[in-house]
Design a protein around this ligand. Structure first.
Ligand code: AMP
Length: 386
């Protein structure tokens, strides 16, 4: 057990590291961050920030020897760095879990091997394989890079078989891809599951997620689904966490099809954007739960205090200057979180806010209204509820 007062090292300095660090500091831990770019969101709240490339062995040694336990806040850390770190300090979730989840091919094969419902897929490494895969899977389908994809980056949707596959493959810069059947879903859901070394596990309430241009826009908790679907989603997430022997958090993104079936889309072994609602909405938030699970402490209650809607604030909100924070905060049931990023670029996640209300529909209505207040004049297609 790594008790409060010890030092936690986090690879990655983004907002997930920042919020994990805030939760850990609240509990009395010391936080060290390893991140290539200076003045990162997590570094701003850390006791120590090391800025060096992930491959810098000397900086890594310095980082590792001054912490008691290690974790990470995003998946794309070189595996050589993770393996080196794991030789010297406990690292959770394990390098094996990260290895599976940081690559779509391995992730999909894990799902297939363990009979977890997923969209049919084929691995593609050449134009010939792409043609054969499209013929087998049919259209619509989506071509995704095997490595380093997130928020829809490195993805091309193929709508009909008359697509020029030669052009598509030559534009696709990755050597390996996964071709996946397009799922006709009614809703996107996610479940965040925590598991500690003793094998204790629990899930957070299922969130309903609305994406705009592939980026998460709103998370609604509890999701507007039947109890049966919620139970199935939670059971699947627990099954995945147990099968992977996760210590820490794992976020499971899913589609709910119109005939009521759940299809797992993606896994992320870390706190997740769709779990930000827990910061204000749950007795224990996902970041504290991550700390509790990696430190082998008992897990906290994941009970939802009140229906909560989380709205992401992207860099687009700064297009006409500073967003109208004072107006937003006029509603005393709104909680604002900004990540300390200096530059507001379109599409960049700058912060989020949560709206809480005893009535879920009221919270959704207010969230939609305030979203449009913070990001002025959104075009029709970016409105979450047209
Ligand atoms: P991903 O990067 O795989 O999480 O994809 C980002 C978003 O693209 C998802 O949240 C979905 O909205 C959409 N998407 C990805 N894959 C599929 C699929 N096979 N069928 C339908 N929508 C998809």
């Amino acid at each position: 057990m790594i008790i409060p007062g010890k030092t936690i090292g986090i690879f990655g300095g983004g907002q997930l590291g920042r919020m994990t660090g805030i939760a850990a500091r609240k509990m009395g831990y010391t936080i060290h961050i390893f991140e290539p770019s200076p003045n990162c969101p997590a570094g701003q709240i850390a006791d120590r920030e090391i800025n060096a490339p992930y491959e810098d062995k000397e900086a890594l040694k310095d980082f590792i020897q001054n912490v008691d336990i290690l974790t990470y806040e995003f998946e794309n850390i070189p595996s050589s760095t993770i393996e080196f770190a794991a030789k010297h300090r406990p690292l959770h979730p394990s390098s094996k879990v990260l290895y599976t989840c940081q690559n779509r091919e391995r992730e999909k094969i894990f799902l297939r091997t363990n009979n977890i419902p997923h969209a049919p897929f084929e691995i593609v490494t050449s134009l010939e394989e792409l043609e054969a895969a499209v013929a087998k899977i049919g259209t619509p389908c989506v071509l995704k890079t095997a490595d380093f994809g997130y928020d829809g980056k490195g993805q091309i949707k193929l709508s009909s078989s008359d697509n020029n596959l030669g052009n598509i493959w030559s534009q696709f810069s990755a050597p390996k891809a996964v071709l996946e059947k397009w799922v006709q879903f009614d809703l996107e859901l996610s479940v965040i599951c925590a598991r500690n070394e003793r094998g204790e596990s629990c899930t957070f309430p299922v969130a309903e997620n609305i994406h705009t241009h592939h980026i998460l826009d709103l998370s609604i908790a509890p999701g507007r689904i039947s109890e049966k679907t919620a139970k199935e989603a939670e059971t699947l997430a627990l099954q995945i966490a147990n099968q992977l022997e996760v210590v820490g958090l794992i976020a499971v993104e899913m589609f709910l099809t119109s005939d009521g079936n759940i299809v797992v889309n993606e896994l992320a072994p870390r706190p997740h954007n769709s779990g930000h609602y827990t910061f204000d909405g749950c007795i224990t938030n996902q970041f504290e739960q991550h700390i509790r699970s990696i430190c082998n402490l008992p897990l906290g209650s994941t009970d939802l205090l009140k229906p909560t809607v989380m709205v992401n604030i992207l860099g687009d909100a700064w297009q006409n200057g500073e967003p109208a924070w004072a107006k937003l905060l006029q509603d005393p049931k709104v909680k604002l979180h900004l990540y300390g990023k200096a530059q507001a670029r379109p599409g960049r996640k700058m912060g989020h806010f949560c709206v809480m209300d005893k009535d879920l529909e009221t919270a959704i209505g207010k969230a939609t209204e305030y979203r449009n207040l913070v990001t002025p004049k959104p075009s029709e297609e970016t409105l979450p509820f047209p």
